[in-house]
Design a protein around this ligand. Structure first.
Ligand SMILES: [Zn+2]
Length: 632
C-alpha cells in the first residue's frame, strides 16, 4: 500500500509489505464509548498534556534548546535516554492527529518538533547527551549510551507522522538521522549494535514508508550482528542486551524484557520484508516458548527487578513480578507482527490478555499517574506519591506522575493513541475481528469492495458481541471472529463455535447482525506446578480479565496474607462482583517461621474479587492475584 493510501486511512503502526493479514488504518476503526474508548480519550485529553508538562518541568525538552544555545553539557537534565521521551510523545501526537485532525494538537506537535529539529547537527546526528566538548564522544558507549535506541524512537515518530500526514519537518529530521545511522554503522562502518534494540523495527518501518532499501539493509546488519558478542560483557551478562546468541539461533526470549521484545519485533519486520522464513520461524518459536514458560497470568513479562529481565523458565514470583509496562507494550508489538504474518488467533489472544491486564492497569483514572512495574502481589500498602514530585525509582504500590526513567508513560501514550489499529484486520477477501470493543469499522478490500461494520458490546463486562453490517458488497465475503481459548461454550448466531476463528462466509446485507456470545462467567485458574512460587494457589478470571483481592475490600482486622480458600470453594456472583470464601488462618505463634503448626482458622469471610486493572485506585492497599488453597 502506498504512503498516500495510508495517509487516507489514518496511518497504522507496523505496516508490513506482506503477510497473512493486513492492518487497518486509524481512520478505518473508530472506538465508540466503552472500555477502550474511555482510556483513549483520557490519554488524548489528559495524558498528552501531562507528559508535555513533565517533559518541560524535568528539563528534558529544554535539553534540545540548551543544545542549540550551546549550554550543554552544563544544562543537560535527565538520563542518557531522556530525548526518547520527547520522541515518544511526538509519536503519540502524530497518531492522535491522524485519528482526530485536531488543529490545537497539531500546533503543539509542530512547536515541539521545531525545538527538536533545531538541535539536529549538520550530518544528521541528534542526541543531547553525546558529542559536544565536555560530553562523552559519539558512540563511545554502545552498551549503555542508548544513541541508536534514541534514533529508533525518533524514526518511529517520523514514521507515525509520515503515515498520517505525509512529509513534514519531523519526517525530514528522522530521514536525516536514519541516513546518518546508515553512514556510520553501514557495512564499512562501526560493526556493532546498540545496547538497547529499537533502531531495528524503526529502520524497517522507515523502509516501508520511503521504499529506500538502505534502511532495510541497515536493520538486517544490526539483527545479524547482535548475538556475536559485539558489545562488552556487563554485570548482567550479554544476554541482558541479547548479544549472547544470534537472533536466529535463540529458542526463547531472555535478558531485559523490553529490549528482547523490541528486538524480536524488529526481527519479525525484517524477516517479513526479506522473505527470511527461517528467521520468522525462529522468532515465532521464541514467542511460543516465552508464552509457555516465562509469562505472567496477566500477560506481563520480566520477573527480575535487578536487570528488568526475564527469569528462567517458570520463575514467575507474583510478589517480585517486575512486569514492566513497556515490556507489555513490547509484547503487544511482537504479537501484533506475528499475527499479521501468520494470521493465527493465538497472537491476538495474548494481545487481549496483555491489554486488559497490564496496559489497562498501568494508567491512573485521570491519566496523570502510571505504574512502571505491575506486581501480582502487593504485600505492603504503598504511600501516595506527590502529584508534582518525580519518583526516583519504579515502585509497584501506587501510580506515580513521573519517573526518573519515564519510559512507560510515553509508551502508553503512543499505544493508546494507536489502539484502534489492533481491533481488526483484512485479507484479500474478508475481515477479521481480533479485539472486542464498541467500534465502527469501514474499509476497502484490495479488490475494491467496501465493508462497514458496527460492533456493539459492553465487553468484557458482558460477553455478547453484536456485529451489525453497515456496508457490504452484494457478493459473498468471509467475516472471521476470534474465539478466545477460555471461551468454552461460545456461540455464533446460536451455533457452537470453538476457540480460534469462527468464520461466516456469505453474502451480507446492510442491517444484518451477527452475534457472538462469549461466556464470561468467572472461572478458577490453576498454575503449572513448575511455577513454584504459586503452587497450591488459584486465581480467578472472568473472560479476559484477571481478578484480584484487595485489602480495602476486607473486613477490619483481616489480613490478606492470612487468607486461604477452603478446597472446593465456589465462586459466587454478588451483583456483578465475584466473591469467594476466605478462611483466615492465624500464623504460627512462634519466633521461627518454619516447622510450627499454623494457628486455628478464624471464621470464614467473603473476599470480593475485582478486576486486577482496577487495583490501587482506592488508596494504599495490599493486593494479590494468586490465592492459596487449603484443605483444612
Ligand atoms: Zn517502561
Amino acid at each position: 500500500m502506498s504512503i498516500n493510501d495510508w495517509i487516507e486511512r489514518g496511518g497504522t503502526p507496523a505496516a508490513p509489505g506482506s503477510g497473512r493479514l493486513r492492518p487497518l488504518g486509524l481512520r478505518e476503526v473508530t472506538l465508540r464509548p466503552g472500555f477502550w474508548q474511555q482510556r483513549q480519550e483520557t490519554n488524548r485529553s489528559a495524558s498528552l498534556a501531562h507528559i508535555e508538562h513533565w517533559l518541560e518541568k524535568s528539563g528534558w525538552l529544554g535539553n534540545f534548546d540548551a543544545a542549540v544555545a550551546g549550554r550543554l553539557p552544563g544544562d543537560r537534565r535527565g538520563r542518557e535516554f531522556a530525548d526518547t521521551e520527547v520522541y515518544k510523545l511526538l509519536e503519540a501526537m502524530a497518531w492522535e492527529f491522524g485519528r482526530t485532525r485536531d488543529p490545537v494538537l497539531d500546533r503543539r506537535y509542530r512547536a515541539l518538533v521545531s525545538r527538536v529539529a533545531a538541535a539536529q547537527e549538520a550530518d544528521g546526528y541528534l542526541n543531547t547527551n553525546f558529542g559536544r566538548p565536555g560530553q562523552a564522544p559519539r558512540y563511545s558507549d554502545l552498551e549503555w549510551g542508548h544513541e541508536l535506541y534514541s534514533f529508533g524512537h525518533l524514526v518511529q515518530a517520523g514514521v507515525a507522522r509520515a503515515r498520517t500526514c505525509g512529509d513534514d519537518e519531523l519526517v525530514r529530521v528522522a530521514v536525516r538521522a536514519a541516513d546518518h545511522v546508515c553512514a556510520v554503522f553501514g557495512p564499512d562502518g562501526i560493526a556493532s549494535v546498540c545496547g538497547h534494540p529499537e533502531i531495528e523495527p524503526a529502520l524497517v518501518e522507515l523502509f516501508r514508508v520511503t521504499g529506500e532499501r538502505r534502511y532495510l539493509d541497515q536493520a538486517k546488519l544490526f539483527v545479524q550482528r547482535r548475538g556475536h558478542q559485539v558489545l562488552a560483557d556487563i554485570e548482567f551478562g550479554r544476554s541482558y542486551f541479547q548479544d549472547d546468541i544470534p537472533v536466529r539461533d535463540a529458542d526463547v526470549l531472555r535478558g531485559h524484557a523490553v529490549r528482547a521484545t523490541y528486538l524480536a519485533s524488529g526481527a519479525v519486520d525484517l524477516a517479513v520484508e526479506t522473505g527470511d522464513t527461517e528467521l520468522l520461524a525462529a522468532v515465532t518459536g521464541q514467542w511460543r516458548a516465552t508464552v509457555a514458560r516465562r509469562t505472567y497470568l496477566t500477560g506481563g513479562m520480566g520477573s527480575r527487578h535487578q536487570d528488568e529481565a526475564f527469569g528462567e523458565d517458570f520463575a514467575l514470583p507474583p510478589d517480585r513480578a517486575y512486569s514492566e509496562t513497556c515490556a507489555a507494550i513490547g509484547s503487544v508489538m511482537l504479537s501484533w507482527r506475528l499475527l499479521l504474518a501468520h494470521g493465527d488467533a493465538e497472537y491476538a489472544d495474548l494481545i487481549e490478555r496483555t491489554l486488559f491486564n497490564v496496559i489497562a492497569t498501568a494508567p491512573a483514572d485521570d491519566g496523570k499517574g502510571f505504574f512502571y512495574t505491575n506486581t501480582l502481589h502487593q504485600r505492603v500498602p504503598g504511600s501516595e506519591p506527590e502529584p508534582d514530585v518525580l519518583v526516583p525509582r519504579a515502585a509497584s504500590s501506587l501510580r506515580a506522575p513521573w519517573f526518573a526513567v519515564s519510559c512507560c508513560p510515553t509508551n502508553l501514550a503512543r499505544t493508546f493513541a494507536s489502539l484502534a489499529a489492533y481491533v481488526a484486520t483484512s485479507d484479500d477477501d474478508g475481515l477479521q475481528l481480533h479485539q472486542y470493543t464498541a467500534a465502527g469499522l469501514g474499509t476497502t478490500l484490495p479488490d475494491g469492495r467496501r465493508i462497514g461494520l458496527e460492533v456493539e458490546t459492553v465487553y468484557p463486562r458482558d460477553g455478547r458481541i453484536a456485529v451489525r453490517v453497515t456496508e457490504s458488497p452484494d457478493t459473498a465475503w468471509p467475516l472471521s471472529l476470534r474465539v478466545p481459548p477460555w471461551a468454552a461454550g461460545a456461540t455464533l448466531d446460536g451455533r457452537p463455535v470453538t476457540p480460534g476463528w469462527a468464520r461466516l462466509h456469505r453474502v451480507f446485507a446492510v442491517g444484518d447482525v451477527v452475534v457472538l456470545e462469549l461466556p464470561v462467567q468467572p472461572r478458577l485458574t490453576v498454575p503449572d506446578p513448575r511455577i513454584d512460587a504459586v503452587r497450591g494457589c488459584v486465581a480467578v478470571e472472568r473472560g479476559p480479565v484477571v481478578l484480584c483481592a484487595e485489602s480495602v475490600d476486607l473486613p477490619a482486622g483481616v489480613s490478606l496474607d492470612a487468607l486461604f480458600l477452603p478446597g472446593g470453594t465456589a465462586l459466587k456472583d454478588d451483583d456483578g462482583t465475584v466473591v469467594v470464601t476466605g478462611r483466615p488462618v492465624g500464623p504460627p505463634d512462634a519466633g521461627w517461621p518454619y516447622g510450627a503448626a499454623a494457628g486455628a482458622p478464624g471464621p470464614d469471610v467473603d473476599i470480593p474479587l475485582k478486576p486486577y486493572h482496577r487495583w490501587g485506585r482506592r488508596g494504599p492497599s495490599t493486593m494479590r492475584v494468586w490465592l492459596p488453597v487449603t484443605d483444612s
